[in-house]
Structure formats: structure tokens, C-alpha cells
Design a protein around this ligand. Structure first.
Ligand code: MGD
Ligand code: MGD
Ligand code: SF4
Ligand code: MO
Length: 683
């Protein structure tokens, strides 16, 4: 009889599913969603339902290796763990002595959402070294900053409450693709008469299943929000009571949006003026109304402002007062665990640097590796990430990764493009094989996972690897000998009421525990009576700092650039992908090698579905296959991201075209503000 074990999906997804797996003689089968978890509800997305194929893939990395070929070629020879760890620790020591510890850069992101494997022993290690700190901006920092500017907190409406809503706006949110566990709550709401609308430049699967799709020009969301605010305030449809009690600066807001008539907003957004009027009226007069804002909107040049402006809408119409109303971008800040105790930034003062190290922005890795000075980056340690595929301005990133004088260590499960550039490549465990504690950014359950399966070959967890490295560096602090359980107890040692009282024992027994955001299973309503993160607790519109300018790289942007590169390229997530994580799978490779074009843009260039095309701009080019399926507006190209560059004949993916320009606030990446040209290619 197989034993049923419990796990948690560690992929970078708001749903953070609770999993069950059958295990017999150490072999896992039947991975499935836990039916008792209130958000997982017994099902998994397509990609993780098949995760055991990845787990048991013959391509898993099983042993430490040293590079023998040129960087990028992917030729390695097997070495022992002792050899690997000795070499890493001595090279790092030598580089630190010669160039200063800030010449060492850790690079990690979304491989796992686990606290321990993502920001545990690794953070302690690099802090104690005095290494450069990584500014983790590649995904959500603009939106996070925008949300904080609007609300003061990164809190949001719980998924469970969406079922009570009467109007759901998916604003730059591909719910079926990237957040599928919200869908059943939307289905339930619709069964009770709710309307579901999508606002997106790409009419994806979610858009096809909506009651109405609003096709918006990339990067113009602030103008749409202003247009809606204009209609709502001129028609006096705002919630006067909520506005009077819980907001500040209403009159200035009215003045600020006075010029954004539906016609003006229409010209900027590409949405018909009468549709903007209808949307605004319905949004203001339907209760409860909720916005599922996702991160698509903030991957544009002024994405922080866009998120901030959209996040002011619920206060204007009083939606926060209703169960089933409000807005969700992220629920992550409610996880008020003791992160400082886990990460130990204080160890920097005992490092050879003796102070807080400089921040290096992960969204400008190309620049950091090729241009940064004082000191230059001399050692790069990559884990939980595949920057050769996912970081913008890929040609600069690859130039950097190929530097002969850069010592690169990569901890990986598979031979990614980044792994191919490693001097030392270390085999890492998957989430089914190690212990971790998990937050979520789309619900309020804190979750524990113990290893469900044995690690294959000689794979080790990030925690184990950095613990070993710390011992080799002779770091004397006891925290480097902490066990996983010690680290979890540290995390739970928090006085915040949302977390206080949750114990490791309870997590071991129950697997998932709801944060204490509300008593007795009541809904969490963070802003039903103010409670915003301002001194007064009121939502401050601060209209004087609200503004809209189209992205430089857009149809209304820099003229010279538009003349050369007339198409706006977005590269949203593919439904069956997880960034580049499943990039070695051929069926997915074909999907992520596809560019969706508008029919007229295609015809104009003599391109038809199935044709090979070359997409290019001043930064680079890549080859793709065209698909014309009516899902994007004229002037927009959508390329589902992100394939493994090495799967392509030119060894590049779409990030060869994206720029290192940063967002207005949050220093985030601007993947979706990208002008390109497309031509038919030879084969
Ligand atoms: N299946 C799958 N799930 C995933 C991922 C994955 O790769 N695949 N990745 C995970 C990660 S790392 C993240 S951060 C989340 C992200 O989850 P989402 O934010 O939902 O994903 P995105 O594809 O970045 O963007 C969402 C939508 O925004 C649209 N969009 C692009 N530009 C604009 C714009 O200017 N305005 C508006 N209104 N919409 C725009 C895109 O077309 C897309 O449909 O998903 C996570 N889940
Ligand atoms: N063009 C374009 N580029 C994008 C985006 C886009 O929408 N368009 N999205 C951006 C966004 S939102 C994000 S979040 C980033 C994501 O970029 P990354 O954070 O790099 O995410 P992945 O590509 O999924 O790569 C994660 C890697 O971590 C490895 N991994 C998983 N678990 C572990 C572990 O426990 N230990 C170790 N050592 N390794 C592990 C996996 O095998 C995988 O290769 O990409 C960004 N890049
Ligand atoms: S990727 Fe998301 S939806 Fe899929 S199993 Fe993991 S948490 Fe659940
Ligand atoms: Mo992300």
C-alpha cells in the first residue's frame, strides 16, 4: 500500500497549492491537489499535475561537475562534493581578498517560493561574506511599490471572497493561465449572476471566457483608470460616504482627472469611449466589485503608477467595504514572519566589508556583469533562477556570463542555458525532496512541506549547500549550524497578530494554517473601515503626484524608435509554462517559440501562420513562428515566455529584444514595453 505524503508546490505562482503524493518504496506517483485545502480544492494546474515527469526526468542533474569546454557549451566532468565545495570556497575567498567581498554577486529568484531555500542559509552566507546584495526587481517590485503608495500595505481581497462578488475585473490578469485556483470562485460568482470582464492587450483563454474583453494598448492602464475616475466623479457615482470617512484628497482627484474625458482616454488606450463609460458606470454601481490585478500591468515603463492608480479605484467606489469587494494584487505582506531572523542582514557588520553591501539590480544583470566597476563582479552564484533565459537584454547578459575572468557557480536541477555557463555546477533538490515553509501571494495559508521523496543521485538542497560552504569558510556564528527546523522556528518567532501562536508542531500536524488575519474564519477585510497605511489610516489619493505618460517604447512613445520598430511586443506567461522552468520540454518549446500577430500586420509583411519570422530591434533578434489567431490588436505582438534560448537555432529567446530600462518606481524590469520589427525569415 502506498503511503500518502503531503507537499506544497514551490513554483512561483500565487496559488501555492497543497499537494498529496503516493509514495511506495521511495517512488512517488499520483501527484494531486489536496481536497481539504480551501484554495487548492483538490486539483492542480496542468503543468504540476505532470511534475513527476520532471522529477524523474533522465535529464536531472545528479552530481557536482566542473566545466571542461568553453563557457556556454555545456561540457562538464563529474567531481566529488568535497572537490566542488573546496574549490568554490577557496575561489570565493581569493576573490574577496583581491577585489573585496562586494565583487561577489548572488543571483536568485523564483525557482522556489520556500523561505528556507529562497532566502535562508543563502542570505546568511552572503551577508556574512559581505557580498553585493541583490535587488530582487525582476517580477513584482514596481507593482509592490505602486500598491504600497496607494494602500500602504500589500494586502488584498482573499480568493475565497471572490465568489461573493457581482463584478470581477481581471485587469492584466490571465487567471486561467497563472492563477487557476481563483477560477472556481469566479465560476461560483458567475453562477450567482456576477459579470466577469478582462482588460488585456492579449485576448488569451481567460479573455475568451469573459463576458466582455477590453483590448487595451500596452502600458496605457493609468489612462484607462483616469478615464474611469473621470466618468465616476463627473456622474457622482463614487461612494460619497466611504470617500468622506476613509479617504483624503477627493477634490484634488476630481480636478486631476477632469481632462481625462472618455475621448481622451480612448485615444490613449485604444478602448472605445462608450466602452470606457459603460465600464466605469458598471464598476461604480455594481456591489460587491472586485479587481484581480496581476503583474502584467506593471511590467511597463510606468507600471508603478499604473498599479497605484488602479489600486485607488476601490476606495473611490467604496468596494473595500463589501465582502467580495476590493482588489487583489498580492496577499504576501500578511505573512508577517520573522524574516530578519531568517536572513540575518546584521551579519554584514561582522563581514570583511563591515557595513551594508551595495545593492545590484537583478533587472540590469547585463550591465552589472559587463560595466559595473568599483568593484567589478568577479564571482556570480546563481540558484533558483535562469538569468540567461529570463533577464532582459540577453545579449549583454550572455556577454557577461562568457567573461573568462568571472567565476560562476550554478545550483540547478537541469542543464539550463545559465548552467552551461557555470565553472562549477551543483545538483539541486526539487521541492518534493526538501523541507520548507511557504508563504503565498494569492491566499492566506502558511504551509509546511517535509521531503516526500528521496533526493536522486547526489542532489542537495540550497540550505545544505550554503551550510556546507559556510562551514568551509569557518564562519563562527551558530546560525550556520541551524537545522531546517531551527530556521522555521525562527521564522515563526513573530509578535505580529497574524502569525503569533502558529507553531511548527501545528504545521506538522495540519500542513497548512490560515494566518490569523480575521477571527473564526471570517473574511479578511483590510480596508473596510480605513486601515490604510497612512498616519490617518485614510486612503490618500495624492492627486498632485498622479500622472500619465505613454512608455517611450510604445505606439505613442519616441517617434524615431517607432519609425524603425513599429510593433509593441509583450511576452506574457504561457499557460503551461513556469517562466523557463519547463523549457526543456519539446511541446512547450514549440508553444513558446510562437509570436501572435494581428492579421493586417502579418499580411503587410507577407507572413502567414506557421511561417518562420525574425523579430528584432537595436538590442538583438530572435527567430520564432508566426501565428495569426485574432487574439491581439493591430500593432501588438504577443510572445508567450520563456523558452530556453539553446532550444532555438540562434540560441536566443525573446529577452534578446527586451531592455534594461527600469520602471518609474520600484526599479523593476520593463519586459512589456518593447518596440520591435518583424520580418519573414528564410526557412
Ligand atoms: N502558467 C504559468 N503560471 C505562472 C507563470 C508562468 O510562467 N506560467 N509565472 C508566474 C509568475 S513568475 C508570475 S509573476 C505570475 C504573473 O501572473 P500574471 O500577471 O497573470 O501574468 P503575466 O502574463 O505577466 O501578465 C498578465 C496579463 O497581463 C497582460 N498584459 C501585458 N501588458 C499589459 C498592459 O500593459 N496592460 C494590461 N492591462 N495587461 C497587460 C498579459 O497579456 C497577460 O495576459 O504568474 C505566475 N504563474
Ligand atoms: N520576456 C519575459 N521575461 C521574463 C518575464 C516575462 O513575463 N517576459 N517574467 C519575469 C518574471 S515575472 C520572473 S518571476 C522571472 C522568473 O525567472 P526565474 O526566477 O529565473 O524563474 P525560472 O525561469 O522559472 O527558473 C527558475 C530555475 O530555478 C530552478 N530551481 C527550482 N527550484 C530550485 C531549488 O530548490 N534550488 C535550486 N538551486 N534551483 C531551483 C529551476 O530548475 C529553474 O531552472 O522571469 C522574468 N522574465
Ligand atoms: S503552479 Fe500554481 S496552480 Fe500549479 S500546482 Fe503550483 S501552485 Fe498550484
Ligand atoms: Mo514573476
Amino acid at each position: 500500500m502506498p503511503e500518502v505524503r503531503h507537499s506544497v508546490c514551490a513554483l512561483d505562482c500565487p496559488d501555492a497549492c497543497s499537494l498529496l503524493i503516493n509514495v511506495e518504496a521511495g517512488i512517488g506517483s499520483k501527484l494531486r491537489g489536496d481536497p481539504s485545502h480551501p484554495v487548492t480544492r483538490g486539483f492542480l494546474c496542468g503543468k504540476v499535475a505532470r511534475y513527476l515527469e520532471r522529477e524523474y526526468s533522465p535529464d536531472r542533474l545528479l552530481y557536482p561537475r566542473r566545466r571542461i569546454g568553453a563557457k556556454g557549451e555545456g561540457h562538464f566532468t563529474r567531481i566529488s562534493w568535497d572537490e566542488a565545495l573546496d574549490e568554490i570556497s577557496s575561489r570565493i575567498q581569493q576573490i574577496s581578498n583581491e577585489f573585496g567581498p562586494e565583487s561577489i554577486l548572488p543571483y536568485s529568484y523564483g525557482g522556489t517560493l520556500g523561505y528556507l531555500q529562497g532566502s535562508g542559509m543563502d542570505h546568511r552566507f552572503f551577508h556574512r561574506l559581505g557580498a553585493s546584495r541583490l535587488d530582487r526587481t525582476i517580477c513584482a517590485s514596481a507593482g509592490g511599490a505602486g500598491l504600497i503608495e496607494a494602500l500602504g500595505f500589500r494586502y488584498g481581497t482573499e480568493p475565497e471572497q471572490f465568489s461573493k462578488s457581482k463584478l470581477i475585473l481581471a485587469w492584466g490578469a490571465n487567471i486561467l493561465g497563472t492563477n487557476v485556483h481563483l477560477w472556481p470562485f469566479i465560476v461560483e460568482a458567475r453562477r450567482h449572476g456576477a459579470k466577469f470582464y478582462t482588460i488585456d492587450p492579449h485576448r488569451n483563454r481567460t479573455g475568451h471566457l469573459s463576458d466582455r474583453h477590453f483590448s487595451i494598448n500596452p502600458g496605457s492602464d493609468t489612462a484607462l483608470a483616469f478615464g474611469m475616475m473621470h466618468v465616476i466623479t463627473t456622474e457622482r457615482l463614487h461612494d460619497a460616504d466611504y470617500v468622506a470617512r476613509y479617504t483624503e484628497g477627493f477634490d484634488a482627484l476630481v480636478a486631476r482627472v477632469a481632462d481625462y474625458t472618455p475621448d481622451v482616454a480612448s485615444r490613449l488606450t485604444g478602448i472605445a469611449a462608450e466602452d470606457i463609460v459603460t465600464l466605469a458606470r458598471e464598476y461604480a454601481t455594481t456591489r460587491p466589485a472586485v479587481i484581480r490585478l496581476n503583474y502584467g500591468v506593471q511590467r511597463s515603463e510606468r507600471g508603478g503608477m499604473a498599479v497605484r492608480t488602479i489600486a485607488l479605484l476601490p476606495a473611490l467606489v467604496g468596494a473595500w467595504a463589501d465582502v467580495g469587494g476590493g482588489l487583489q494584487l498580492s496577499t504576501s505582506q500578511a505573512f508577517r514572519v520573522n524574516r530578519p531572523g531568517l536572513e540575518r542582514a546584521d551579519l554584514q557588520s561582522s563581514s570583511p566589508l563591515g557595513r551594508e553591501a551595495r545593492l545590484v539590480n537583478m533587472s540590469t544583470l547585463g550591465e552589472a556583469l559587463t560595466r559595473l566597476d568599483d568593484p567589478p563582479i568577479k564571482a556570480l552564484v546563481v540558484y533558483n533562477s535562469n538569468p540567461a533565459a529570463v533577464a532582459p537584454n540577453q545579449n549583454a547578459v550572455l556577454r557577461g556570463l562568457k567573461r573568462e575572468d568571472l567565476f560562476t557557480v550554478v545550483l540547478e536541477q537541469f542543464a539550463t542555458d545559465t548552467a552551461d555557463h557555470a565553472d562549477i555546477l551543483l545538483p539541486a533538490t526539487t521541492f518534493l525532496e526538501h523541507t520548507d515553509l511557504y508563504y503565498a501571494y494569492g491566499h492566506h495559508y502558511l504551509q509546511l512541506a517535509r521531503p516526500a521523496l528521496p533526493a536522486p543521485g547526489e542532489a542537495r538542497s540550497n540550505v545544505a549547500i550554503f551550510r556546507e560552504l559556510a562551514l568551509r569558510m569557518n564562519f563562527p556564528e551558530p546560525c550556520f549550524r541551524d537545522t531546517e527546523d531551527d530556521m522555521i522556528r525562527t521564522l515563526l518567532d513573530s509578535d505580529h497578530p497574524f502569525v503569533k501562536g502558529i507553531t511548527l508542531d501545528q504545521l506538522d500536524r495540519e500542513h497548512f494554517v490560515r494566518l490569523r488575519v480575521a477571527p473564526n474564519g471570517d473574511p479578511f477585510q483590510p480596508f473596510s473601515r480605513g486601515g490604510f497605511g497612512t498616519p490617518s489610516g485614510k486612503c490618500d489619493f495624492r492627486a498632485d503626484s498622479l500622472c500619465y505618460t505613454p512608455p517611450v517604447e510604445s505606439r505613442l512613445g519616441a517617434e524615431e524608435l517607432r519609425a524603425k520598430y513599429p510593433l509593441e511586443m509583450i511576452s506574457p506567461k504561457h499557460d503551461d509554462a513556469m517562466n523557463s522552468t519547463f523549457g526543456n520540454q519539446p511541446h512547450l518549446d514549440a508553444e513558446t517559440a510562437t509570436a501572435l500577430l494581428h492579421e493586417l500586420d502579418a499580411v503587410e509583411r507577407g507572413i502567414g501562420t506557421g511561417d518562420a519570422i525574425r523579430m528584432f530591434n537595436d538590442r538583438g533578434s530572435c527567430v520564432l513562428r508566426a501565428r495569426v489567431n485574432g487574439s491581439v490588436a493591430r500593432g501588438v505582438v504577443a510572445v508567450p515566455s520563456s523558452r530556453w534560448p539553446k532550444m532555438s537555432i540562434d540560441r536566443r529567446n525573446i529577452n534578446a529584444l527586451t531592455s534594461e530600462r527600469l520602471t518609474d518606481i520600484g526599479n523593476g524590469a520593463t519586459f512589456y514595453s518593447c518596440l520591435v520589427q518583424v520580418e519573414k525569415s528564410g526557412d
